[in-house]
Design a binder for this molecule. Structure first.
Ligand SMILES: Nc1nc2c(ncn2[C@@H]2O[C@H](COP(=O)(O)OP(=O)(O)O)[C@@H](O)[C@H]2O)c(=O)[nH]1
Ligand SMILES: [Mg+2]
Length: 293
């Protein structure tokens, strides 16, 4: 029998390149929230893939960007820390035949490291096939990647190839987590993230970036009560979140409840409140309180 292999792998790249989408597909379950807005992911999220005789523990990181708030600083710090002590790194990039400033910064840090880096060119569904070769060439000239895998995370195209490449770079090691575990996030946190995802989807640009969610859960006989407080930064944002006659909050609640029932596998009673907490993203105590630390 072959020896069991395992390892830790971090998924890095600029905001919005598709890291969380890839993590969900690698693991086969939705554990990280997705949106078309940058800086959706605030925490490092662990995702566990159990293959045949192999276990890979992935870390989905907040995108690396120039932080403007204390929360942003924490996010970038988390992303950087996740790159330490890993067995391999997946660097995600867009299919653009030009190395962006963020990618260059990441690569110059990786130059000093001795860890296999797999270049994953995502979103290939958005470009013609013949546009890919110049992208591959450009990156391959800049860095000595262990492999280059073009994928479309969204369409689950090439995700298996990423797993196969990774397995080649893993060493024999223990099974760190039980077979049936796909993430280290507590249900309460996943519930809060689901609600935040709906707000990111339904609200305009600036508002959702200033939102944090606090969740309490009570399991009852036939239903789980999910009691959530949505914190925002301004009274005007509170008005937007609630919407005319409470319409927006109702929609958020409707979508969130559907996903919460899938997550928990039972009926959910969801209650949402909205509170203003001015400038919380610059206040360490609040950042900690919302679970970012
Ligand atoms: N067209 C296309 N869009 C994608 C693909 N993967 C992710 N996206 C979209 O890119 C946006 C950002 O995805 P997300 O996973 O949140 O990116 P992250 O910030 O790097 O974690 C979302 O709107 C996704 O639906 C892909 O393969 N093709
Ligand atoms: Mg993300």
């Amino acid at each position: 029998m072959a020896e069991f292999k395992s390892g830790f792998v971090s998924i890095i790249g600029r905001p919005n390149v598709g890291k969380s989408t890839l993590l969900n597909h690698l693991v086969g379950e939705k554990i990280a929230i997705i949106s078309d807005k940058p800086q959706t992911t605030r925490n490092n999220v662990l995702g566990i893939w159990n293959g045949d005789g192999v276990q890979v523990v992935f870390t989905d990181t907040p995108g690396i960007h120039a932080p403007k708030t204390k929360l942003g600083e924490y996010m970038v710090k988390s992303a950087r820390e996740a790159q330490q002590d890993v067995d391999a790194i997946l660097l995600l990039v867009e299919p653009i035949d030009n190395i962006g400033r963020t990618e260059e910064q990441i690569l110059s840090k990786l130059d000093k490291r001795d860890v296999p880096v797999i270049l994953v060119i995502n979103k290939i569904d958005t470009v013609r096939r013949d546009k890919l070769l110049p992208v591959i060439t450009r990156y391959a000239e800049r860095f000595s990647f262990a492999a280059v895998v073009p994928i479309s995370a969204k369409n689950d195209d090439g995700v298996e190839a990423v797993r196969q490449e990774l397995v080649k770079h893993l060493s024999p090691g223990p099974q760190y987590f039980p077979d049936d575990m796909v993430t280290d996030q507590p249900e309460r946190q996943m519930a809060a993230e689901i609600i935040r995802e709906k707000l990111l989807r339904l609200l305009d640009k600036e508002v959702p970036h200033g939102i944090a969610i606090e969740v309490r859960m009570k399991e009852k006989e036939h239903v789980t009560d999910v009691l959530a407080t949505i914190y925002c930064e301004k009274a005007s944002h509170k008005g937007i979140i609630i919407g005319k006659d409470g319409e927006m909050l109702r929609r958020v609640g409707q979508y969130a409840r559907e996903d919460l029932e899938k997550l928990l596998g039972r009926k959910v009673y969801l209650e949402l409140w909205v509170k203003v907490q001015p400038d919380w993203r610059n206040k360490v105590a609040h950042i900690r309180n919302f679970g970012y630390e």
